[in-house]
Design a protein around this ligand. Structure first.
Ligand code: PRT
Ligand code: ZN
Length: 213
């Protein structure tokens, strides 16, 4: 990795990887196959593309370990990192939603008072219910949130929903949306970037913005 080059982090292997790679390629950036790599150097721009877990991207951008990142806004909202969300990229659409079992009598969030809510998004969930002034018991799990109502440990869940298929498969229904999300280009806020890098960054962002209609 070259020192003076910009660094951009994308998800290594997940739902956003393919679209992020296509997006970068459609911006004219040339780089080789990413599958087994931890990073790729662009052939026609002073840029390193770094492949990491999506959850780590806001942190790397905030700390300046990388200059830019492509990540779901959901990860950004959940992490509370000080980064600037500069371009929405029109892929990775989903929403963070509250769901209950299909046979449940719960129709409104007010009925969730003192309910047990399982989620992988405890910060977003807490913020939402605090704002609504509804006391709830939030339990954080790292995955397979949809199974917790069937296990009898959750009255409701808060999870990402795209097509709604996963909820339907697990006999769950959405009663409310907390926020919409899509992939987004982020940059650090208090970057003391050297002048050369600043110019490169502006050039790159301008190129990205042209692709978004
Ligand atoms: O390994 P790493 O930590 O990098 O990846 P990950 O497993 O944490 O994330 P990954 O690859 O699943 O998702 C990456 C990003 O894609 C998320 O942070 C979102 O910004 C975006 N995204 C878009 C989604 C979905 N759609 C989505 N449907 N992320 C997750 N889901 C899951 C959801 O959690 C649920 O289990 O898909 C299921 C629901 O999908 P539907 O279509 O059945 O509604
Ligand atoms: Zn993740």
């Amino acid at each position: 990795m070259k020192n003076g080059n910009l660094k951009l982090a994308i998800q290594k292997d997940g739902r956003l990887t393919e679209d992020a790679v296509s997006f970068l390629r459609s911006a004219g950036l040339q780089f080789e196959n990413y599958k087994q790599k931890l990073f790729s150097s662009c052939r026609n721009f002073p840029l390193e593309i770094v492949y990491v877990r999506d959850d780590d991207i806001p942190d790397y951008v905030e700390s300046g370990a990388v200059d830019l990142g492509i990540v779901g806004q959901n990860i950004l909202y959940e992490s509370n990192k000080r980064v600037a969300n500069i371009v929405r990229l029109n892929f990775g659409f989903c929403s963070l939603s509250i769901a209950v079992p299909e046979e449940s009598n719960i129709k409104k969030i007010e009925q969730l008072k003192n309910a047990r809510i399982f989620t992988s998004y405890p910060n977003s969930t807490e913020k939402y219910f605090k704002k609504k002034n509804i006391p709830v018991n939030i339990m954080a799990v790292s995955g397979s949130v949809e199974i917790t109502p069937a296990l009898g440990i959750a009255d409701a869940i808060v999870d990402l929903v795209a097509t709604g298929r996963t909820l339907a498969l697990n006999n769950l229904k959405v009663i409310e949306k907390i926020y919409d999300s899509q992939a987004s280009l982020i940059v650090g806020k208090n970057n003391n970037l050297p002048e050369g890098k600043k110019i490169l960054m502006q050039k790159l962002i301008k190129r990205f913005k042209k692709l978004i209609v």
